[in-house]
Ligand binder design. Structure first.
Ligand SMILES: C[S@@+](CC[C@H](N)C(=O)[O-])C[C@H]1O[C@@H](n2cnc3c(N)ncnc32)[C@H](O)[C@@H]1O
Length: 245
């Protein structure tokens, strides 16, 4: 058994090749344009940096932080030379200077904060990393998606140079993903196993934690669009604004 993202990092970008980071970047750009001067962006749980590159190409100065050294190692190929990429497990790590004008956490990252105080801790970390008035835009897998779509279901695919089997177990407010990955080796395939855990968060819980950490919720959209999130939204996109203290 390897740690979450240890083996997955090797195949993450190919597995998610169709994720629409360009469209997400345009959505983020529109949010930031409407919220005062935004230059410095912190990508919290930046993974392999797939969101950093498109934002850099739009002119933002982006730094990343992530808890997986394996994901950060892959990120070097996706970001501009010299990009600051910090290895830190949140919410325990202290915020760093300089403060950012905006922060993001894309592609299901926030659901990984499963402990009872983790979400509030994450929001406090981001609030301390942001200037007053700065936006924190992130997405969550909705409870509807985690219950009805991922649920207790199995998924798999064969990409040739790698394949995966992904088995889910849902219990109460948590879902566990047992992910088995096969990567091509000199003779046959190497087998890797990872267990991931995500938490189902309802709108009220996220709103309460955000408010406690000093954020106002200024938008809750359907998958990086102008449509309001609704009961069958799969990916909720949150727009928080850090209030003055
Ligand atoms: C699904 S990936 C998303 C990566 C990236 N944001 C993207 O858009 O592709 C989730 C990321 O969250 C990171 N992560 C999960 N829990 C974390 C924690 N407690 N502290 C720091 N990073 C964490 C993982 O290492 C992983 O890179």
């Amino acid at each position: 058994m390897t740690a979450p993202y240890e083996a997955l990092a090797q195949v993450y970008d190919r597995w998610n090749a169709r994720a629409d980071y360009q469209r997400w970047a345009r959505f983020l750009d529109e949010c930031f344009t409407g919220s005062g001067s935004t230059t410095r962006v912190l990508d919290v749980c930046c993974g392999t940096g797939r969101m950093i590159g498109p934002l850099q190409r739009l002119g933002y100065q982006v730094a990343g932080v992530d808890g997986s050294a394996a994901m950060l190692a892959e990120a070097k190929a996706n970001v501009a030379p010299g990009t600051r990429l910090r290895h830190a497990r949140l919410p325990g790590a202290p915020p760093e200077d300089p403060v950012a004008d905006a922060a993001i956490s894309c592609f299901d990252s926030v659901n990984y904060f499963v402990g009872d105080e983790d979400l509030l801790g994450l929001f406090r970390f981001v609030a301390a990393s942001l200037r007053a008035g700065g936006l924190y835009v992130f997405d969550t897998n909705s409870p509807y998606k985690l219950r009805e779509f991922y649920g207790n279901n199995n998924f798999g695919d064969d990409f040739g140079e790698f394949a995966y089997v992904w088995r889910n177990r849902l219990a109460d407010q948590r879902i566990r993903f047992l992910i088995t990955i096969f990567t091509a080796a000199d003779s046959g395939y190497d087998r890797h196993e990872e267990v991931h855990e995500q938490r189902l968060y309802d709108v009220e819980e996220i709103t309460a934690a955000a408010n406690t950490a000093g954020f106002a919720v200024v938008g809750l959209k359907d998958n990086y669009s102008t449509t309001e999130a609704h009961e069958k939204t799969l990916r909720q996109t949150w727009i928080l604004r850090r209030e003055s203290t």
